[in-house]
Design a binder for this molecule. Sequence first.
Ligand code: UDP
Ligand code: MG
Length: 320
Amino acid sequence: MELSLVMPCFNESRQILTTFAHLAGYIKNVLSRKADKLTVIAVDDGSKDDTWTCLAEAKQNLLKEVAGTVNVRVKLLRFSRNFGKEAALLAGIRAVSPTAAATVILDADLQHPLEVIVPMIDKFLATGADIVDAVKSDRGKESGLNRWLANSFYDFFDKHSRVNLKNMADFKLLSARAVRILADLPEHERFFRALCSWIGFKHAEVQFEVAEREVGVSKWSFRSKVNLASDAFYAFSDVPVFLQFLEIVFVILLGVGQVAYFAFILLAQKRPLDRLDYLTFIVLLGVFLILGSNLLKSLYLQRLYKAALNRPQYIIMQED
Ligand code: UDP
Ligand code: MG
């Protein structure tokens, strides 16, 4: 079986030699029994340190180490600047050879343990699934607040979208056709994890424990996480438009309350409405009209946005 590994790397100079050394050992002792041809694709996402030179050195070390065991190729790509992990993943899967039966996506910092790769391959072969998701059995050493925010986001998101993300990582095994379909999706502002769920196909799971990062720091700032979350809401759910609809429902309820109040004054108290009553009613009516036309515009934008994503209308899995 031909296997590919895709690894995005950003400012990993202190890590990359260690990662490749572990990988060489793993290929030699374990993976060589599962795969007869292997391509490691590492994408340097515009690192500001010397990740690129480390990758070149790590490549030579790895090739030396595995020589004579299994057919290994190492392909290194370097971005002109930091385009982000999503872009690095895309470049990585676009570089996968069409002959690779399976492709494993994993982080360069060993937080996605190499030992999980073989169980993923076994699951892939045993179940015939196109995607094997490595699911976090715990969220590593994340702080309480981080964990709470992430869990609330995923709970809310799972309820309001068609994709399942809870405890998912970008750590996945993809079949050849899943790689091809993901690589061909033309959309910008990608969210790899969600797209893997969106394309459908049979999914299987293996559990893994997130290892601790040994050197360096996580490149995900709070801001980049919020950005990813908002991309997710726009691209995979209708929540932003639904919120505008809820605003209008709220204003309508206020209006109904006001009319009931007027009726009470006119019919039960038998006194006339004063100017302030008329004024508040007109203001409310104005707000209703503005929100209503806003919603209409958003509905147009939503349709334009979906057209711009240009996702396929369907994906055929089998023909007979
Ligand atoms: N990464 C990348 N580009 C970026 C940020 C991160 O390619 O702009 C890579 C990084 O080198 C690592 C993976 O994405 O291989 C996950 O990043 P990190 O470990 O910082 O994130 P965390 O483990 O905290 O999710
Ligand atoms: Mg990490």
